[in-house]
Ligand binder design. Structure first.
Ligand code: G6P
Length: 618
């Protein structure tokens, strides 16, 4: 949510690198984009509402010159509509300081009032400009050099309420200065001999260096070539260790695909394999996590699991509930992270809070997990980003190995989360004797063999089936996605994908619940996708298909239950696997159907309107 980049080079021009960084971070918000660079006499700003391409055109037309230091921003609007004037960076009155910001300054109205009565004026409606003006005023009072700027920052920060990550660019008599401040949203710093770089996300720094430092809350960092000086919340200078990132910078490109989303859908056979296979111990019929995490003693002490997540990750969490309850016999609750905090939750002794999050930076999930910890739970995470706040704050974490996910609509991160949940459920089950060794081995063997089945859903022929469904139904008034048991959350996820990228109203529903209300919606302008895997609930789901069909519903069956295909108007067959693993397969055609409907409707698939990938505000 809002992408920040900054760089201070030993020599050369920074603009191209800033734009490159912003293009990688554009998934965090794309309401506007802007850059500021340092010149001898002050900072120069160029910013435009709309996509990054608008800024690039403006930069070309304005002949924005070279500078070795700059900051950039791509915005997901929180205060003030997306417009040129509300776009970041914002500057102080001296013209020597520019600020970009991710987050919300909750007391900005009060601070603005104070500044207005002191004679300050504003050009935007943003909370960020309030910050820029305030820091600038204090800087002028303190002096004109870097130390004076740091003193100004130290005076302003204690007055701010809210969550924010800031990058400040200033021009001093001794050259440009780049400062980062973190209180909430992530900030990552990388330093080489050629320059100091900062970004909201490791992807923004990765093209420069794989050794990155994740700043912590309260940190203020000065960044430059070969230089990283960090002071913590108490103002004490601290050393923050670098983490080496395994991701390859080229992983965040589109490769041969027209969209990140399609590329990421196609990566799923690898992603599931990377996340699951090395952790499977077939000999023992068990799962081994790195460093002996989730050992028998830990697992046996868990009396209850509380899942916390948002969006797609919560759907993976709902699947995890079926797995953990069904295989390990441990009671599981799940909550929207944003709701958990406000329902006075009761956390019983022995609770394990399980956060599921691709980014590890979702504000609601972090806040809910912190509350669970305060209430006595131990915390763990299924997360895709090593070094993220969620991972660092958890007692134990299971990393998914999905690689960078750039498409705003999550696909490969979801199947990786489901794969990780299967592993966790088996480990919990084995630790407490809830699953006999031979049964566990059978399930793990099936998981170990799943790759060709996933691949079979991504062949030209399989994709053509999904495209045919999309073509036939893209114009429908609405969509219902129905599933039972472990495939009910798959239905929810299918509906979410369609809403997110194709802007079609879609609802996921428990198949058995249809007759209690939604069936009234059914007519021939409603497409109904039923996810039905061969297994315990297949017959009951088939009965729901018949009930809906009898009311004129246009049925499309997805799954391994052949009898469902026989009674549906269209079908997308999926290979047979254990019902426990079926979400790994059934979700893929739903992703492809949503993708192709969005394509037919001419939607911006990788950057759906109003959304951002990493939501770092509550
Ligand atoms: C946003 C994204 C969703 C994502 C959710 C949780 O809403 O648009 O695709 O599922 O955040 O993100 P996380 O990084 O915590 O998995």
């Amino acid at each position: 949510m809002c992408g920040i980049v900054g760089a201070l080079l030993r020599s050369g021009s920074v603009t191209e690198g800033l734009i490159e960084g912003l293009s990688v971070l554009e998934y965090r918000g794309y309401d506007s984009a802007g850059v500021a660079v340092a010149r001898e006499q002050g900072v120069e700003v160029c910013k435009r509402s709309g996509r990054l391409a608008n800024l690039e055109n403006a930069l070309r037309e304005s002949g924005f010159g070279a500078s070795p230091a700059g900051i950039g921003h791509t915005r997901w609007a929180t205060h003030g509509e997306p417009s040129d004037s509300n776009a970041h960076p914002h500057t102080g009155r001296s013209g020597r300081l520019a600020v970009v910001h991710n987050g919300i300054i909750e007391n900005h109205v009060e601070l603005k009032r104070e500044l207005l009565s002191a004679g300050e004026s504003f050009t935007s409606e943003t909370d960020t400009e309030v910050l820029a003006r305030m820091i600038d005023r204090h800087w002028v009072e303190e002096g004109d050099d870097e130390d004076a700027l740091l003193r100004a920052v130290a005076r302003v920060v204690p007055r701010l309420k809210g969550y924010y990550a800031l990058a400040l660019l200033a021009t001093t008599p001794r050259g440009p200065v780049l400062v980062a401040v973190r209180q909430g949203p992530p900030l990552v710093v990388g330093v080489t001999e050629d320059g100091g770089f900062l970004s909201s996300d490791q992807l923004g720094v990765l093209p420069r260096t794989r050794d990155v430092v994740f700043l912590e809350d309260g940190d203020v960092a000065r960044v430059g070539p070969g230089r990283l000086q960090v002071t913590d919340a108490r103002g004490v200078e601290v050393v923050r260790e670098a983490t080496t990132i395994a991701w390859d910078p080229s992983d965040s490109g589109k490769g041969k695909y027209p969209h990140h989303m399609l590329k990421e859908i196609h990566e799923q056979p690898d992603v599931i394999a990377r996340t699951a296979f090395d952790r499977i111990d077939l000999g023992a019929g068990d799962v081994r996590f790195e460093g002996g995490a989730f050992d028998d003693a830990f697992c046996r002490s868990i009396e209850r699991v509380q899942i916390l997540a948002c969006g797609t990750a919560l759907h993976a969490g709902q699947i995890a509930r079926y797995l953990i309850e069904g295989l390990a016999g441990i009671p599981v609750d799940f909550d929207f992270a944003s709701e958990f905090r406000y329902r006075q939750p009761r956390v019983v002794e022995g609770t394990l809070a399980l956060a599921i999050t691709q980014s590890g930076e979702t504000a609601d999930t972090l806040a809910a997990t912190r509350l669970a910890r305060e209430l006595g739970a131990r915390t763990t995470a299924i997360c895709n980003v090593a070094g993220s706040t969620q991972v660092r704050e958890s007692d134990a974490a299971i990393l998914t190995h999905a690689g960078p996910e750039v498409g705003v609509a999550s696909t490969k991160a979801f199947t990786a989360q489901v794969a990780a949940a299967i592993l966790l459920a088996v480990r919990l089950a084995r630790s407490r004797g809830a699953l006999p060794e031979h049964k566990a081995r059978e399930l793990l063997e099936e998981l170990r063999m799943i790759r060709p089945k996933v691949e079979s859903l991504l062949t030209d022929a399989a994709i053509a089936r999904c495209r045919a469904v999309a073509r036939q139904h893209a114009g429908k008034r609405g969509f219902l996605f129905l599933g039972r048991g472990i495939n009910f959350p798959v239905a929810l996820e299918g509906a979410l994908k369609l809403k997110e990228i194709a802007y079609v109203h879609a609802e996921g529903y428990a198949a058995g619940e249809m007759k209690h209300g939604p069936i009234a919606l059914v007519d021939n302008d409603m497409a109904i996708l039923v996810i039905n895997a061969a297994g315990a609930v297949a017959e009951k789901t088939r009965a729901n298909i018949e009930q809906t069909k009898a009311r004129g519903g246009v049925m499309i069956s997805v799954g391994s239950d052949d009898a469902s295909h026989a009674i549906a108007a269209m079908s997308v067959p999926v290979p047979v696997t254990s019902e426990w693993l079926s979400p790994l397969l059934n979700s893929i055609p739903l992703q492809l159907v949503a993708y192709h409907i969005a394509e037919i409707r001419g939607c911006d698939i990788d950057k759906p309107r109003n959304l951002a990938k990493s939501v770092t505000v509550e």
